[in-house]
Design a protein around this ligand. Structure first.
Ligand SMILES: Cc1cc2nc3c(=O)[nH]c(=O)nc-3n(C[C@H](O)[C@H](O)[C@H](O)COP(=O)(O)OP(=O)(O)OC[C@H]3O[C@@H](n4cnc5c(N)ncnc54)[C@H](O)[C@@H]3O)c2cc1C
Length: 376
């Protein structure tokens, strides 16, 4: 697949933005685990933070393919900023797809400014890969819902003005009908733990708790009982985002490795003259190109309104494993220097692992893919 002139322009704009406003802050953000507020604001000022949301709701009016191009460029500069953007965009997508007109008008324009953050709270201590096992409850008390429970790994949760909480509204129904999604403002939950991650250090991840949180009736997103459907839909779209994040990290591995091996001299010539090194570079490029094409294919199916679930899981599985396999070699070709800070390869390696876990592990992607292709 090749890009149109319009998409090439979006990629160029995103690349310029990433180089000027995101890359210079990446090392410090990683070192200090500093939330990338400034970087997110810069993306918003370019009108790209909610690039997939129509412009009448304050978004960029672009398509999913444009989003993958933006994600790749941002991730190439800073994985943490890309993850922060991905969680915010996924939350906006849920509101766009399932929200009432009133909710869309209330939340999306504010979210597009980068000053008002949204998050997605599905995972719980007992509900990770088994997302149907949500224990958080939402009891209908007539005028409002009373929410109680614990949510784990909420991206940007400590900076969020609101989060989407998936909670059980019917204990007797099957998982696909027992849950409802709520727009929960920050005064209704408290952060109980800042997760200390190995990578994506500047993307904050927190655990939250809801204790007798009185949430108004109009905070229901979609309809009562639709929570699991909303969560699964969010994850399908989100997988394209994480896959493009992986492609950005992988492209950075390629560029770092080519630059370093071209300038590092051993035995009287650049180490890139050695076939052993060249093969690693060639494999990085090959995997990056293949991953990118899978991502673009999934995005194009989504833009065409076709079923993209299989393509999204395939792209995420391939891209996240490809970036991990090659990030190891991005360190290898830099020898001892690649293993140490401030080598970018060291950060890329730590950031890469997250892509095979967040928004569904590789094992879950294999389950999704096999469910599509194995005839029952
Ligand atoms: C950086 C990051 C950001 C995240 N952001 C968010 C967020 O914003 N919102 C949110 O809700 N969640 C978020 N998550 C949570 C993420 O979605 C979960 O970590 C993920 O779904 C896995 O759940 P778990 O960690 O409980 O692992 P588990 O489900 O306990 O899995 C442990 C291992 O067992 C494997 N496994 C489990 N079941 C099976 C099976 N049936 N067959 C084979 N293998 C199996 C898994 O693949 C994995 O290898 C984030 C996670 C990370 C790392």
């Amino acid at each position: 697949m090749i890009l149109s002139e319009e998409h090439l322009l979006i990629r160029e704009t995103a690349a310029e933005l990433a180089v000027s406003a995101i890359a210079p802050l990446a090392v410090e953000a990683d070192k200090d685990a500093k939330f990338p507020k400034e970087q997110i604001k810069a993306i918003a000022q370019q009108g790209m933070l909610l690039i997939k949301v129509p412009d009448n709701y304050g978004g960029g009016g672009g398509d999913v393919l444009s989003y993958t191009l933006l994600m790749e460029e941002v991730a190439k500069a800073c994985g943490s900023t890309a993850m922060t953007m991905a969680a915010h965009a996924l939350t906006a997508d849920c509101i766009l797809k399932f929200g009432s007109e009133e909710q869309k008008k209330e939340y999306l324009p504010k979210m597009a400014t980068g000053d008002y953050f949204g998050g997605f709270a599905l995972t719980e201590p007992e509900a990770g890969s088994d997302a149907g096992n949500v224990q958080t409850t939402a009891d209908d008390n007539g005028d409002y819902y009373l929410l109680n429970g614990k949510k784990a790994f909420v991206t940007s949760g400590d900076y969020c003005d609101f989060v989407l909480v998936v909670a059980k509204t019917d204990a007797t129904a099957s998982p696909s009908r027992s849950m409802t999604t709520f727009l929960v403002d920050k005064e209704h939950f408290k952060v109980t733990n800042h997760v200390n991650k190995m990578g994506l250090r500047a993307s904050h991840t927190v655990d939250i708790e809801l204790v007798n949180a009185k949430v108004p009736k109009n905070a229901v997103l979609g309809s009562v009982g639709q929570g699991f459907k909303i969560a699964m839909s969010a994850l399908d779209g989100g997988r394209i985002g994480i896959a493009s994040l992986a492609v950005g990290l992988l492209q950075a591995c390629v560029e770092e490795s080519v630059a370093y091996t071209g300038s590092r001299v051993q035995f009287g010539h650049p180490i890139s003259d050695n076939q052993a090194i060249r093969w690693m570079l060639a494999d990085m490029h090959k995997d990056c190109e293949a991953a990118r094409q899978l991502v673009w294919h999934a995005a194009s199916l989504c833009d065409a309104g076709r079923d993209f679930g299989l393509a999204a899981s395939t792209a995420k599985l391939f891209a996240s494993e490809a970036v991990m396999n090659n990030a190891i070699n991005a360190i290898q070709v830099q020898g001892g220097y690649g293993y140490c800070k401030p080598a970018k390869a060291e950060r890329l390696f730590r950031d890469a692992k997250s892509t095979a876990i967040a928004e569904g592990t590789s094992e879950v992607q294999r389950m999704v893919i096999s469910n599509y292709i194995v005839k029952k």
